[in-house]
Ligand binder design. Structure first.
Ligand code: NAD
Length: 484
């Protein structure tokens, strides 16, 4: 670990990464230092070399120590080696350090960078820890695999509050939420509900919700109608790349991953190994990540200088190969020359593009959660999932119904969520994975469920998992069967 310390400088951890990483990191650091960034840099090794040395997480224990000490991470892209066993370092870092908010400003730079959307300035705020990225997957039967989608109230409250606070701090007027709560009524339903609840505390901001499919279509078609969009993890992952790409290039967007204590800043693109070592790569994405970092550590004046000098460089037509356009660009430059061009413009502002100001930006957005409200929780039944290779729903139904339990009665069997017993129809396709719903007239103990499970096993049926059916404050919180 190398140290370049200064007395009053802000300590940050830097990783040069793989592929084009070292070149764009050098360019970024040269620019921000030239603009007056006051940093004490600790360099850590992450990525391909660490993975290939036998560390499946791609990061060594001493690197964690640095991150936990400085709490600020400027990270160049890394290469995740192909093949099984290597965990994504990004997902691990975000979750281990609680970096719950992923902030990606997506701006078009018309007419200097070609884009179909000349008027676009959207910030995507993506929930960064939950949803399908909980990474809990199982194969349950020879035919069926499952991934758990986890949405939590505190996790949702944190990201929604962050989004509204960000909107206020950065002068955004409208906050849009995308979910698929017409289908996922419990998980996406909670995200939407918390958005509506917390939105009421921000009467100064316009609020809207779109179902993600039509919302995504509108974002791709008329991005000028959006200002800030907050989304659960998966939709945010996909749509922030779409939003960055339609500004003109994914290579132009930076990203901040913010936690309560630690924050990580990066470009949104990867390590582009084919472009490595040729002084070709565009450092803009990482540079804009570093601008977000400077605002985060309270060096907003430097952030502003860097951002405006960079805009002026784009305007002056000094472009790397990826955004170079005959007739618009003036000079095709490499990574180093681009950095020098930005450095030469420190102190200047763009003439045509909007000058950036971070005067309003405070150091960090702090989110405080509302105290949890106690709820009455009762178990009123259980879904017992079975593996059964015989696809005859009626035959299985009769076998399950023959199980006599005093408290819990079979109410239906579904296959992939569709009711197939009683009164299923022959057209419904069935796999080897069946859900038997047992309900009670009143709350049951887990001992009663265990008794039922013993009976199911004694009947020769293969249980693969169970889910309790719960009622919260008198409301049943489990989905009905389709067609039930
Ligand atoms: P990529 O983003 O690295 O590259 C895709 C293409 O985009 C490149 O071939 C190049 O033509 C262009 N490009 C990307 N960044 C550029 C830049 N700064 N300047 C000019 N052109 C640029 O995506 P990929 O090829 O799918 O992935 C390569 C590696 O990067 C993989 O190992 C992947 O796992 C990793 N990756 C890392 C991160 C990260 O560390 N945050 C993110 C995405 C991908």
């Amino acid at each position: 670990m190398a140290h370049e310390s200064q007395q009053t400088a802000t300590p940050i951890t830097v990783a040069y990464g793989d592929g084009i990483g070292p070149e764009i990191m050098q360019a970024t650091l040269d620019i921000i230092k030239a603009a007056g960034a006051n940093l004490a840099i600790e360099v850590i090794e992450i990525g391909e070399k660490v993975y290939l040395s036998g560390n499946s997480a791609g990061i060594a224990p001493e690197a964690w120590e640095s991150l936990r000490r400085t709490k600020v991470f400027l990270k160049a892209p890394i290469t995740t080696p192909q093949g099984g066993g290597f965990k994504s370092l990004n997902v691990t870092t975000r979750k281990m350090l609680g970096l719950y908010s992923n902030v990606r400003p997506c701006v078009s730079y018309h007419p200097f960078v070609a884009t179909k959307h000349p008027v676009m300035d959207v910030v995507i705020i993506r929930e960064n820890e939950e949803d399908l990225y909980a990474g809990i997957e199982h194969q349950q039967t020879p035919e069926v695999v499952q991934c758990l989608k986890l949405i939590t109230r505190p996790g949702t409250e944190k990201i929604i509050r962050y989004a509204f606070e960000y909107a206020r701090q950065y002068g955004r007027k409208k906050v849009t939420c995308f979910t698929k709560d017409n289908i996922m009524k419990q998980t996406d339903g909670l995200f939407h509900k918390v958005f509506d609840e917390i939105g009421e505390e921000y009467p100064d901001l316009e609020k809207e919700h779109w179902i993600v499919d039509i919302g995504a279509a509108k974002l791709a078609d008329t991005p000028e109608n959006f200002d800030l969009i907050v989304m659960p993890n998966l939709y945010g992952d996909i749509l922030s790349d779409v939003a960055a790409q339609i500004t003109g290039s994914v290579g132009l967007a930076g990203s901040a991953n913010i936690g309560a204590e630690v924050a990580m800043f990066e470009a949104i693109h990867g390590s582009a190994p084919r472009r490595a070592g040729q002084n070709l790569a565009n450092p803009s994405g990482l540079l804009l990540g570093a601008v977000q970092m400077l605002v985060h550590i309270g060096q907003s004046d430097v952030a502003e200088k860097v951002h405006n000098a960079w805009l002026k460089t784009l305007e002056d037509g000094v472009h790397t190969y990826d955004i170079f356009q005959e007739g618009v660009s003036k000079e095709k430059v490499g990574t180093r020359e681009f950095a020098q061009a930005v450095i030469a413009r420190v102190g200047q502002t763009p003439a045509q593009l909007k000058t950036v100001s971070y005067a309003q930006a405070k150091e960090t957005i702090k989110v405080t959660l509302k105290p949890a409200v106690p709820v009455k929780m009762e178990t009123i039944g259980v879904d017992v999932f079975l593996y059964c290779d015989d696809r005859d729903a009626n035959k299985l139904g009769k076998r399950v119904e023959a199980i006599k339990n005093d408290a819990l009665k079979l109410t239906m069997i579904t296959n992939r969520g569709v009711k197939v017993y009683p009164d299923g129809i022959s057209e419904t396709f069935c796999t080897d994975h069946w859900r038997c719903r047992f309900k009670a007239d009143k709350a049951v103990s887990y001992n009663e469920i265990i008794k039922l499970l013993s009976q199911v096993t004694e009947a020769g049926l293969d249980i693969i998992k169970t889910e309790n059916l719960c009622r919260f404050d008198g409301v049943d919180m489990f989905s009905a069967g389709q067609g039930a």
